[in-house]
Write a protein that binds this ligand. Structure first.
Ligand SMILES: Cc1cc2nc3c(=O)[nH]c(=O)nc-3n(C[C@H](O)[C@H](O)[C@H](O)COP(=O)(O)OP(=O)(O)OC[C@H]3O[C@@H](n4cnc5c(N)ncnc54)[C@H](O)[C@@H]3O)c2cc1C
Length: 428
């Protein structure tokens, strides 16, 4: 197995634009810092509204979490609708669930409108019960979805064998609102579209600090009327108070050698789907371009681990478990694997808010999932443009209350505080 992000190989077949680092002093209407899905979508909305936009990216656009992802676009994965209802009640859960639903629409619309070539595949989302006891979880989720007006189809084990023949899954819940993409290629293709719209993009450009509405970088600075910060892994030096608000969870992916058409037909006799199961560190898989299988998962031991855990140990366990469900794929090799740290808040709902000391700066942080990130970047841009938007300040506010306060967090440490908070958020 090679420790390498497979998505980079697809990038080699894509014409990308070179965006050199910022040198010297520049200014603009709006500065966006961070070129993941959040920053790119903030820049897109602003550029389409006629603003003069600069985007600074430390690595390349999509160079962090956004370009390491499995490209599953579904409204649920971290939190089921049932869990959101348990935490927030029906009305508010609907509002929160709508965030990724709208995020998916933003991504798919951007692909169609700008002709972005990024392996877009319409794939139903398929949620699988890993034990008999978990069948009730799927039934409950189906009831919650129906109550809030979303369609889904519960498949008992007999039906499941027809659409997804496998061993050891006990039921499935199919929802029709999913897509798969190559998220790294998407980020680079969207960058290309932004350049055409006049956005000035500087890659290899890390903003070290913001002072008097100017972001200082290694070789220059950018002064702006407004700034939207969409960065990950914020350091204490960047902002000591805000960096306390989020931590990360660690996830792993692997990509298989190409499967034969027959093998794919055996996994999905009908439509190809995006699958994940009912475990906390859920295993998830789907077919990507070139008929390869991408598979992801994690382990309780490494999810909240402070550092990158580069050993293939975790992903090998995930693959072993996958093979137990599909013994006819025993011979298939997974030559590439990689891991990544996903920024998250304690309640797994992002932060989109103004800097308490400077209302011309907004932070978009802890977006767990590509659809969340796309929505949150777009939402921050719409707020800046004074567009009529739904008011999400109650859920996305920077000073909202968390299960574990910052005082207690100081005592427990970040990994334990976030672990306990996430277990609470994910309790059904
Ligand atoms: C292994 C893995 C698999 C995943 N699979 C999926 C999936 O299938 N589906 C899904 O929905 N989500 C998935 N995710 C989660 C998803 O990728 C993230 O939640 C999402 O991409 C976050 O987007 P973002 O724009 O908020 O952050 P990021 O993508 O992290 O973007 C932040 C950007 O800011 C830049 N930056 C940081 N500091 C600075 C600075 N000081 N100056 C300038 N630039 C800076 C970084 O380089 C980065 O490009 C996965 C994540 C990982 C790691």
């Amino acid at each position: 197995m090679i420790y390498e992000n497979w998505l980079h190989t697809d990038l080699l077949n894509t014409r990308t634009n070179f965006c050199p680092p910022l040198m010297g002093r520049i200014s603009c209407d709006v500065l966006v810092i961070g070129g993941g899905f959040a920053g790119l979508h903030a820049a897109l909305r602003l550029a389409e509204s006629g603003k003069d936009v600069v985007l600074l990216e430390r690595s390349i656009c999509g160079g962090s979490s956004s370009g390491k992802s499995g490209g599953f676009l579904t409204p649920s994965t971290e939190s089921d609708l049932t869990q959101l209802i348990g935490l927030f009640g029906i009305k508010e859960a609907k509002l929160i669930y709508e965030i990724p639903v709208q995020g998916i629409n933003l991504i798919v619309n951007a692909i169609k409108k700008n002709n972005l070539n990024c392996d877009l595949q319409k794939q139903d989302a398929f949620y699988l019960a890993i034990s008999r006891g978990d069948i009730e979880i799927l039934k409950e989720e189906a009831r919650a979805l129906k109550k809030l007006g979303y369609s889904s189809a519960f498949c008992n084990s007999k039906k499941l064998q027809l659409i997804h023949p496998s061993r050891g899954y006990h039921a499935g819940l199919r929802s029709r609102n999913g897509y798969g993409i190559n998220s790294l290629v998407y980020a680079q293709e969207l960058k290309k579209a932004l350049l055409k719209k006049g956005v000035r993009v500087y890659e290899g450009t890390e903003a070290h600090k913001i002072k008097n509405n100017a972001a200082k970088t290694h070789l220059g600075s950018c002064q702006a009327d407004n700034i939207i910060v969409c960065i990950d892994k914020m350091t204490n030096e960047f902002d000591k108070d805000i960096s306390k608000k989020y931590y990360h969870v660690q996830s792993f992916l692997a990509v298989s050698e190409p499967l034969s058409k027959l093998e794919i037909k055996k996994i999905f006799p009908g439509q190809r789907m995006m699958c994940w199961d009912t475990r906390h560190e859920y295993t998830h898989y789907r077919i990507i371009g070139n008929n390869r299988l991408i598979i992801g998962g994690g382990s309780a031991l490494t999810t909240w681990y402070p550092k990158h855990f580069n050993s293939p140990w975790v992903i090998n366990r995930v693959i072993k478990d996958f093979r137990s469900h599909f013994p006819f794929l025993e011979h298939v090799k997974f030559p590439y694997y990689w891991n990544g740290l996903i920024d998250v808040t304690k309640d797994l709902i992002p932060i989109v808010d103004y800097d308490p000391k400077n209302k011309s700066i907004q932070y978009v942080m802890g977006c767990a999932g590509l659809p969340f990130a796309a929505f949150c970047g777009d939402y921050a841009a719409r707020r800046l443009l004074d567009e009529k938007t739904e008011d999400y300040s109650k859920y996305l506010g920077i000073n909202r209350r968390f299960f574990i306060s910052e005082g207690l967090q100081q005592f427990l440490g970040k990994p334990l505080s976030f672990l306990l908070s996430h277990l609470r958020a994910l309790t059904r």
